[in-house]
Ligand binder design. Structure first.
Ligand code: CU
Length: 314
């Protein structure tokens, strides 16, 4: 729940929470600013020099234990409250609810490309239905960009060679700005896109029409499945839980993987990407480092599609 509901509040519940943290910290800061500055002015006037210097002796003060405890304990409690409150909201920002629709976003100098799960793609415009969680999986083809949605109070860098993510659940329909918030070259200022939030029925009608207008679009998961079948992965990996030359791909996404160096890792998007491009960087315990790299054969979109497919192999 949000502590305050500022007018002109954001476009999602999380945006309201972020506003509340911001206002809370600002008000605490303002209170202490006014308190300390008030005392400063008051003391400056009250203890101003009235007589000539030699007639007035400065009192000798060595300390005040109670006062020192007060100004240590109270600020400590306050910053701990700020931390706990901020951390709670931060968790909400970082944890997409399960079942969120995944949309791939690629930043390029100087535009954003969106790829829907049904295989369609669009430049500088993304449409989603209201009230449903959406997870954007972000990457860049060239330099660091940043995906910034001011109405939702969220922002995340797009990095070349890695995945980052951002999620949101729009609470009202409308068109919202998306800006690149990381200086990325001469075209940076024109690197902006629109998020269009539509009513569910309106969205369904639009999506149906858009799919019909793009007959060649293959759903991302189906594309990933075909790539896995055609790339020879299944010679070494099973989908049914049995180990072959390599570990089974059944339930791979989110699995805790033990490595030969004794460490463990959670198989997330970046780990799967690395397994395809740099298979010998982290080798699964109990297996030989014989997996070939697919750096030359798979394009970025192929890797994203394979990862989307692997998420469905349960
Ligand atoms: Cu940019």
């Amino acid at each position: 729940m949000s502590l305050f509901t500022p007018s002109g509040a954001g476009a999602s519940r999380v945006a309201g929470e972020i506003d509340s943290v911001f206002i809370f910290i600002t008000l605490v800061g303002l209170f202490f600013f006014l308190l300390t500055q008030g005392f400063l002015i008051y003391f400056a006037i009250k203890y101003r020099r009235r007589k000539r210097e030699e007639e007035e002796e400065t009192p000798y003060i060595t300390g005040h234990t109670l006062l020192e405890w007060v100004w240590i304990v109270i600020p400590t409690i306050l910053v701990m409250v700020m931390f706990a409150y901020g951390f709670k909201v931060y968790r909400d920002i970082r944890m997409p609810p399960p079942g969120a629709t995944e949309i791939n976003v690629t930043g390029k100098q100087w535009f954003f490309e969106f790829k829907y799960p049904d295989g369609r793609s669009a430049i500088n415009e993304v449409r989603i239905p209201v009230g449903k969680p959406v997870k954007f999986i972000l990457t860049s083809r060239d330099v660091i960009h940043s995906f910034y949605l001011p109405d939702f109070r969220i922002k995340q860098d797009l990095l070349p060679g890695a995945y980052t993510y951002l999620w949101l659940q729009p609470e009202k329909t409308g068109t919202f700005d998306i800006f690149c918030a990381e200086y990325c070259g001469v075209g940076h200022s024109i690197m902006r896109a629109k998020l269009v939030v539509m009513g569910q029925q309106e969205y369904d009608a639009w999506a149906g029409g858009a799919v019909a207008a793009a007959p060649g679009a293959v759903p991302t998961v189906a594309r990933g499945k075909k790539l896995v079948e055609d790339s020879g992965c299944l010679a070494c990996h099973s989908l049914d839980g049995t180990a072959k030359v390599g570990p089974t791909l059944k339930g791979i996404y989110g699995r805790k993987v033990g490595l030969t160096d004794g460490k463990t890792v959670i198989a997330d998007d970046n780990y799967l990407r690395e397994s395809l491009l740099e298979p010998n960087t982290r080798v699964v315990k109990g297996f030989q480092p014989v997996m070939p790299t697919f750096k030359q054969t798979l394009k970025e979109e192929d890797i994203a599609a394979i990862i989307a497919y692997l998420k469905t192999v349960k």
